[in-house]
Design a protein. Structure first.
Length: 169
């Protein structure tokens, strides 16, 4: 069973048809919409500020979503955001349909645009602004090229399907 934990009087809340793997940890002020999923060994920790997730977001295996102290330290994920395996997302804003690649790190105050892609292994420094439908990669991350239409968004729909399959098994 997933670890769902209240801390500092804050308890996670989620919408309909969400799926949490047995080894997922969801702690504190975490607010999820419908059809979200948190996969094996992933952590979503809203202990000192909130983690706010829209609908159909997924946090894949081994990923970590955390915050910084105070309201300005929240992590905000709009609808259809995908966070790849072993990625770290910390006190930032992830716009609708963006994809954070496997092993990537997005730091405090970064803003990843709608439909944007942060490549696997990239390091997005604090305060970085990534435009809509841009692909960024490297250490530190820099603009690479424009994303193809729907290139990032498709991952969220895959994970909605996977989560429904797991809920039914």
């Amino acid at each position: 069973m997933s670890l769902i934990k209240t801390i500092y009087g804050k308890t996670p809340h989620w919408g309909k048809d969400c799926y949490f793997c047995e080894t997922a940890a969801i702690v504190g002020d975490v607010r999820m919409g419908d059809e979200c999923s948190v996969w094996y060994s992933a952590v979503v920790r809203g202990d000192v500020a909130p983690v706010i997730m829209g609908n159909r977001c997924n946090v894949q295996d081994g990923a970590c979503v955390h915050v910084s102290s105070g309201e300005a330290g929240a992590t905000i994920m709009e609808d259809d955001v995908s966070i790849g395996h072993n990625a770290t997302v910390h006190a930032c804003t992830l716009r609708k349909g963006c994809l954070i690649g496997m092993g990537a790190t997005v730091l405090d105050g970064a803003d990843v645009g709608e439909g944007a892609i942060v490549a696997a292994g990239a390091l997005v420094l604090g305060g970085t602004k990534i435009g809509a439908h841009e692909i960024w990669g490297g250490v530190p991350a820099k603009f690479i090229k424009e994303a193809k239409p729907g290139q990032a968004e498709v991952y969220a729909s895959h994970y909605v399907k996977y989560s429904h399959d797991y809920l039914e098994s």
